[in-house]
Design a protein around this ligand. Structure first.
Ligand code: HEC
Ligand code: HEC
Length: 300
């Protein structure tokens, strides 16, 4: 075997082999390549021993370190469920007043309630509960059926004109369409009703309409809205003297309320949500109402 010599062009040694004048250069795999090849192979073997890795028939090798994402997630879920069960039991068993003053439970009520409200209620009542045409402001307006938290929970559970057999029934009849009152009489009622919240100017013509409207109101409306027009919770009739309107305060909107009647519909949530969810929602709404009250605003 010929001894290697240096190739003048590349500067490499040759192996000493020569075929028909062609000499083979001696170019071994560079050291860094060997280094990384060995290092990564070692790393791979060690890593696959430490971490969950090799699958076999019914499972997989879960690693010497015991760091298993699957088990970690399952464990966290178990912990979460246990935590939830603990606060759920307390919210279910304690009465409304106790939960509302509980500094530990209320943050949970606010967070869970916010999600439940966003998922189920905001489409009609607005994200903050401030209402929308045809859907009442449930944060600031006086309630139709009663505003202590247990009553709110009951209203949510049975709904209003809903599918539950115990649903609250809200029926304002159609005075115009059913020909109980003529158009001029309804117009007088519109003026009277709007005057109760200061929406009508004190002109002479208005004064006459207001007087006539007062009479008509006493004859047709007080059974539900009350002598003072402040509403009756027994029938869910709204206060007509405040500045909250479900269907609008303009003359046309009020005319429509009296002409065509109103039968608001709120789903019977007891048929869709668990008793716990309904209680959380009632607490959430009650808490929003309390905060609104404390802030002195009316949310409009
Ligand atoms: C499909 C629309 C709709 C959805 C969704 C809805 N509501 Fe209502 N809700 C109404 C209407 C309409 C009224 C008023 C009924 C009336 O005018 O008589 C109402 C009234 C209320 C009231 C007032 C009761 C009172 O005494 O004044 C509360 C509180 C309430 N809803 C809570 C909720 C909660 C909580 C949810 C979610 C679980 C929800 N609503 C989802 C339509 C809806
Ligand atoms: C049988 C009971 C009943 C009678 C009688 C009645 N109302 Fe109502 N009224 C209601 C109820 C309940 C509502 C709420 C309807 C709803 O939102 O579901 C209502 C709603 C209204 C509204 C809409 C208020 C708003 O916030 O937009 C006006 C206006 C009104 N009534 C005026 C009258 C006038 C005027 C009369 C007499 C001509 C009258 N009502 C007679 C039960 C009654």
């Amino acid at each position: 075997m010929a001894v290697g010599e240096r190739d003048p062009i590349t500067g490499h040694m040759t192996t000493g082999h020569e075929w028909n004048g062609i000499k083979e250069l001696h170019t071994p795999v560079p050291k860094p390549v060997w280094f990384f090849l060995i290092a990564f192979t070692l790393f791979g073997v060690i890593w696959s021993l430490l971490m969950p890795s090799w699958p076999y028939g019914t499972g997989y090798f879960s690693g010497w370190l015991g760091i298993d994402q699957k088990r970690t997630v399952a464990k966290r879920l178990d912990e979460g469920a246990a935590e939830r069960a603990a606060w759920a039991a307390r919210i279910e068993s304690e009465d409304f007043a106790a939960v509302l003053t509980d500094a530990e439970l209320m943050p949970i009520v606010r967070e869970t309630g916010h999600t439940l409200f966003g998922d189920n209620c905001a489409a009609c009542h607005g994200v903050g509960g401030g209402g929308n045409g045809g859907y009442p402001n449930i944060v600031a307006a006086p309630t139709l059926w009663g505003d202590d938290p247990a009553t709110i929970a009951e209203t949510i559970r049975v709904g209003i004109n809903g599918a539950d057999p115990e649903t609250r029934i809200s029926q304002m009849m159609a005075f115009g369409r059913d020909q109980v009152l003529e158009r001029p009489a309804i117009l007088q009622l519109v003026t009277y009703v709007r005057s109760l919240s200061g929406l009508e100017e004190q002109t002479e013509a208005n004064a006459a309409a207001i007087e006539a409207g007062r009479e008509l109101f006493a004859q047709n409306c007080v059974a539900c809205h009350g002598e003072d027009a402040k509403g009756l919770k027994e029938v869910g009739a709204p206060d007509l003297t405040d500045h909250f309107w479900i269907y609008g305060s303009g003359r046309e909107a009020v005319y429509q309320s009296i002409y065509g009647g109103r039968q608001g519909h709120m789903p019977s949530w007891g048929l869709r949500l668990s008793p716990l969810d309904i209680k959380i929602l009632a607490l959430y709404v009650a808490d929003l109402r309390e905060q609104q009250h404390a802030a002195g605003g009316d949310g409009t």
